[in-house]
Design a binder for this molecule. Structure first.
Ligand SMILES: [Cu+2]
Length: 176
């Protein structure tokens, strides 16, 4: 799997990822510095499931950028397990699932992650500063816009979602 890595001091990480400011910092040299982290796709039983997706929101594009981040929480409503394989957003060139990890020297890395398991461990949470969707090549969106997307699950198939464009997480005043 291709790795997309941004290494920044922790203090910059929220701004970098939430506001998508530093995707351009990625370089092959960063990849070489990465510890080996295999994205072995979990094996998930084939079964019928139903999925409930909540708290779907997306940040407005930072000025002059075409990269932003989107967030959501996925609940398994019926069934034992499923796998979130990928996500699409209407009008975007591509969407990657990203995660963060801390290196031994205290740097945060943001990297593309593989399919995400949904099951006994509770809901699959995508929030600022942690697992998130990175949205590339979407024409600029503004607070108040709604953007359609699709989550692709192994068992539940394609689940449509609507991302509300907000400056702050739902429930937090947007001056936050
Ligand atoms: Cu990211």
């Amino acid at each position: 799997m291709r790795l997309l890595v941004v290494t920044l001091p922790l203090s910059l990480m929220l701004a970098a990822c939430g506001n998508s400011g530093d995707e351009a910092a990625t370089s092959p040299a960063d990849d070489a510095a990465l510890p080996a982290m295999e994205d072995a796709t979990p094996i998930v039983a084939r079964e019928e499931t139903t999925i409930d997706v909540r708290t779907t929101w997306m940040r407005p594009h930072p000025q002059g950028r075409d990269v932003t981040a989107a967030y959501l929480t996925v609940y398994l409503e019926t069934g034992n397990e499923d796998l979130l394989v990928s996500a699409r957003i209407d009008g975007a060139e591509r969407v990657e699932m990203h995660g963060h990890s801390m290196t031994a020297d205290g740097m945060m890395q943001m990297r593309a992650i593989g399919p995400q398991h949904l099951g006994g461990e509770g809901p699959l949470v995508f929030v600022p500063g942690a697992r998130h969707l990175m949205v590339f090549g979407l024409p600029p969106v503004l607070e108040g816009d709604n953007v359609n997307g699709t989550l692709v699950f192994q068992n539940a198939g394609e689940v449509p979602v609507v991302f509300e464009v907000r400056n702050a997480p739902p429930g937090v005043p947007s001056e936050y």
